[in-house]
Design a binder for this molecule. Structure first.
Ligand SMILES: [Zn+2]
Length: 384
């Protein structure tokens, strides 16, 4: 495992895809090109992301999620019992069609841009979710590698659509049992292959606490009816803890943000992490990867005994944060956390949905470099 410097710089995961790869992705879905042709284009795209992340100064790199169409729906290609459905198809089967239509109008997301991985039968692994990504990365970089995976709560909420899933799983909690098993098996494979950092993405947790009274929310959260937020959060904590149990030797983080589907900040959720704090404290993950560069995230909070992946640049804006600005964010965090517990990252990915990247590759590069420059300066002062 690579030895990390003080204040390691990393990414949350995704990076904007090149146009040729996006075209190939569409052609693959339509069956016009095969897996191999897509894979060779994706390999090239990953190598370019890797080159940029390394040149920018990331200590822990990702593959930019170039092979995925978004951060969770890619599982449809890897699992039996899961089908990728367009929003038009989803509209026919969601529990609350009117509510879903209203949501789509307010979300500022074109319906063609998003597909959903929907559970239509018993789920089972056809291929590993991310072993191919990890192996490719490790062949091409000496740096530590981060693999983002959709968290168990997100995956369950997104995949469970009552009308299509109930024959295999009468309730979403039944599906969650298989999701936990699946993710544990995946984590075992990744650890055996030498992964340095696994990040579980659970952005939808913020929907449970900040979604109240806000008209915008995550598309994937709108599919199945949910119980009251406290009950759902208990479920999420228990699923996440069961997924990570026994893997304390590996750095596993949890990423929570308030949505990353638009550059229009007013369409994204807002609110401090405070209502999630008591749940975060009970999570047995080593690191919380949280957005803090946006003022929508409220004040910085301290979570004892955990590392913080501190969001110091906003992936949605075109302006590059200045070294002073980033430095101030880090200084604030250093009042609550020891330096050894801090990682530095953007608030979220730069290309969460492949068809709707929220930024340009060049801007992503400059933002990542700004973080690395700030880290370098601080390490210099600390003599490390
Ligand atoms: Zn995010």
């Amino acid at each position: 495992m690579s030895v990390l410097p003080l204040l390691p710089v990393t990414v949350v995961g995704s990076w904007p895809r090149p146009a040729a790869l996006l075209r190939a992705q569409k052609r693959k879905v339509r069956g016009e090109i095969g897996e191999d042709e897509f894979a060779s284009l994706a390999d090239e795209a990953v190598l370019e992301v890797l080159r940029l992340e390394e040149a920018a100064g990331a200590d822990v790199v990702s593959d930019g999620e170039q092979r995925r169409d978004n951060f969770y729906s890619f599982v449809a290609e890897k699992l039996d019992g899961v089908r990728l459905m367009t929003l038009a198809e989803m509209l026919e089967v969601v529990e609350d069609r009117q509510g879903f239509e209203r949501l789509l109008q307010t979300m500022d997301v074109p319906a063609f841009a998003i597909s959903n991985a929907t559970c239509i039968g018993k789920i089972a692994r056809r291929q590993s979710l991310a072993l191919d990504e990890l192996r490719f990365l490790k062949r091409h970089t000496a740096r530590a590698v981060k693999i983002p995976l959709p968290g168990p709560y997100l995956l369950t909420r997104a995949m469970y659509v009552l009308r299509l899933s109930r024959d295999a799983y009468p309730t979403k909690e039944d599906l969650a049992e298989d999701v936990v098993r699946l993710l544990r098996a995946e984590i075992e494979l990744l650890i055996a292959e030498g992964v340095d950092f696994i990040q579980l993405d659970e952005p939808v947790l913020s929907e449970l606490v900040f979604g109240q009274g806000q008209t915008r929310t995550f598309m994937c959260a709108a599919l199945a009816a949910r119980k009251d937020p406290a009950e759902e959060l208990e479920l999420a904590v228990s699923l996440i803890n069961r997924v990570v149990e026994g893997f304390a030797g590996t750095r596993i983080g949890l990423h929570v943000c308030r949505g990353n589907w638009s550059q229009d900040e007013s369409t994204l959720l807002r609110g401090s992490y405070q209502p999630l704090a008591s749940y975060f404290e009970r999570l047995r993950v080593r690191q919380l990867v949280l957005e803090y560069a946006t003022e929508r995230a409220g004040d910085l909070l301290r979570f004892d005994g955990k590392e913080l992946g501190l969001g110091v640049v906003n992936p949605q804006t075109a302006t590059i944060e200045s070294p002073d600005e980033i430095r101030r964010s880090i200084d604030r965090a250093l009042q609550l956390y020891p330096a050894e517990a801090l990682f530095l990252n953007p608030d979220c990915g730069f290309g969460t949905f492949s068809n709707r990247p929220i930024n340009q590759s060049g801007v992503a590069f400059q933002k990542l470099r700004a973080i690395a420059d700030a880290a370098q300066a601080l390490r210099g002062e600390n003599g490390r």
